[in-house]
Design a protein around this ligand. Sequence first.
Ligand SMILES: [Zn+2]
Length: 85
Amino acid sequence: MTKPKAKPKRPEPSADNQIVRYFHCRQCLEEMPFGTSPRDWAQIEAGSTPIGFQIWCKRHDINICHIDFEGQTHPANLNRKKVLQ
Ligand SMILES: [Zn+2]
């Protein structure tokens, strides 16, 4: 009889910025003034919806991304990043 494999332990969601790929509004990027960064130009809202999570462009009042969690729940970290003093 073989021993069942242990499920690899996943790290907890971090409160640090670990974004490796950003979501942007395409229209905002097309209209972004020269010398401005997407981070400075973006005007987005992000939040939960009845089916999942949505990112919304406030400037153009359009959807950027709406993720359907398909009824699943996911671990989340809502703590702010610790500030070293
Ligand atoms: Zn936009």
